[in-house]
Design a protein around this ligand. Structure first.
Ligand code: FES
Ligand code: FES
Length: 190
């Protein structure tokens, strides 16, 4: 874990200004509070889930300045001046984002506890540009654990999302799907 800034004592409250899902927030936070608890307890953004709190499960993954970060391994005070995106930033007007829709259509979740971690890891992967292969997607999501589904459908959902991205299609950069996709659903459990 990265340590606290040298001028910060462990027990003090520290005013921290950060942009979270496009909104500037300034909050006095305990110096030892980690980002996952900051998001959940101070901002009410409970879409970021907490599992192991030691960097092993990836459930708590968010994006900080466009990169995937395990938020249980970062102090909230380290967000000062930085830009955070959580899973709540993905849906638009209560409609699932294309990535979320791909997870739904490919049956890539059961309990859904791990899903925010996978969704934000995939979103950060897209920020790197290019079009990852199925193997590269597997490598990238290796830091997130799922106890329910196995990983095939999760990889397929992410692969499909990359393949169907309008921008990538326009660039001629969309990958060939290596697995057949499931028909889209309108809702309900299967
Ligand atoms: S809760 Fe952060 S990696 Fe498990
Ligand atoms: S869907 Fe349940 S842990 Fe992944």
């Amino acid at each position: 874990m990265t340590g606290l800034p040298p001028d910060v004592r462990r027990e003090e409250l520290v005013e921290t200004t950060t942009t979270v899902n496009g909104e500037l927030v300034t909050v006095a936070v305990p110096a030892r509070l980690h980002v996952a608890d900051f998001l959940r307890q101070h901002l009410g953004l409970t879409g970021t889930h907490v599992g192991c709190e030691q960097g092993a499960c990836g459930m708590c993954t968010v994006m900080v300045d466009g990169e995937a970060v395990k938020s249980c391994l970062m102090f909230a005070v380290q967000l000062d001046g930085r830009n955070v995106q959580t899973v709540e930033s993905l849906a638009e007007d209560d409609r699932l984002s294309p990535l979320q829709q791909a997870f739904k259509d490919e049956h890539a979740l059961q309990c859904g506890f791990c899903s925010p971690g996978f969704l934000m890891t995939a979103t950060a992967l897209a920020n790197q540009g290019g079009c990852p292969s199925r193997e590269e997607i597997r490598e990238e999501i290796a830091g997130v654990l799922c106890r329910c589904t196995g990983y095939e459908n999760i990889v397929t959902a992410i692969e499909r999302w990359f393949a169907e991205s309008p921008q990538r299609a326009a660039d001629g950069d969309a990958p060939e799907l290596t697995t057949p996709t499931r028909p889209a659903t309108t809702g309900g459990r299967r």
